[in-house]
Design a protein around this ligand. Structure first.
Ligand SMILES: [Ca+2]
Length: 294
């Protein structure tokens, strides 16, 4: 894997720039971001755009707003295909990560908790189902308590700011430690969309697809994939189909989405999109269990 990312500090924030840049349609949707800062008005409100940007994973924040009559856009834009319309790969290929994650696929606890939900899913998938009746699954609340970090707790609370990609790496490591899971943590932070970078991304995705001994967490601009407003977001990678070069995003923003496929080229673009928290873009974190299977 490429460079371990020594990163600066990025606090997620809204993606004002991206938002304006994208020129939101009249009725932006929800979104969830890496942290909080998602623009509120983003739900399926029939509001005009430009709104600000607020919270990152803040999908639910504006739930109260009723859909505007003009909001007739399809659920997914042209770059995302929901698993409800494309299930062949997970039925016919091994898709080990998809099947390891699916039993633990949870909605993010708050509009800002995509990091928390994603890490909890990853931990459960790598640890596997506990054997004893007395053992709980790893929940988002339990994970927060186990790590015991006030900043993370505040960042993922409703309307919280969410966390940056750099912080995600730190919380991944601390979460693994909290549950006593031995794992290698590798970070891929693309700097450009060159053929070489894309080839490296494909190598990582292909390698990771071989077993459920490793799980990838994606940090990306959600709107670039879904067609909605742009927000920094985090989600586990469910699968990678090397034949069609599509990634399956297990988006924890489950009030609005189901898992969806998008191209690896689009994923790279979504990782490179800057936001206030990650002005240099984000990337992915691959967690490889050192557990001896069996
Ligand atoms: Ca894997």
């Amino acid at each position: 894997m490429p460079t371990p990312i020594p990163r600066p500090s990025l606090r997620p924030l809204g993606r004002d720039a991206a938002a304006h840049h994208m020129g939101f349609p009249a009725a932006p949707r929800p979104g969830t971001g890496r942290g909080g800062q998602r623009p509120l008005a983003m739900k399926r409100v029939g509001i005009a755009a430009g709104i600000a940007l607020g919270a990152a994973c803040a999908a639910m924040a504006m739930a109260m707003a009723a859909p505007g009559p003009e909001d007739t856009r399809p659920k997914f834009g042209p770059d995302a295909v929901p698993i409800t319309r494309a299930g062949d790969y997970v039925r016919t290929a091994g898709a080990p990560d998809y099947w390891a994650l699916s039993p633990y696929y949870v909605p993010q606890a708050t509009g800002s908790a995509c990091s928390l939900a994603s890490v909890a899913m990853m931990l459960n998938a790598l640890r596997g189902l506990p054997g004893l009746a007395s053992e709980r699954l790893i929940t988002q609340k339990q994970l927060l308590d186990a790590v015991g970090d006030d900043h993370w707790r505040t960042a993922v609370a409703e309307d919280g700011e969410g966390i940056s990609f750099t912080e995600l790496e730190s919380y991944v490591r601390r979460s693994l430690d909290a549950y006593g899971l031995a794992a290698e943590v590798e970070v891929f932070r693309p700097r450009d969309s060159s053929p070489r970078t894309l080839a490296e991304l494909r190598r990582i995705l292909t390698e990771n697809e071989q077993s459920d001994g490793d799980i990838i967490l994606l940090a990306f601009d959600q709107g670039t994939l879904t067609g909605d407003a742009g927000y920094g977001h985090i989600a586990p990678l469910g699968a990678y189909d090397p034949a069609t070069r599509r990634v399956l995003v297990m988006d924890p923003d489950r009030s609005w989405y189901v898992p969806y496929w998008s191209s690896d080229v689009k994923l790279l673009e979504a990782m490179l999109k800057p936001d206030r928290a990650d002005p240099d873009g984000s990337g992915l974190i691959r967690i490889r269990s050192r557990r001896v299977s069996g």
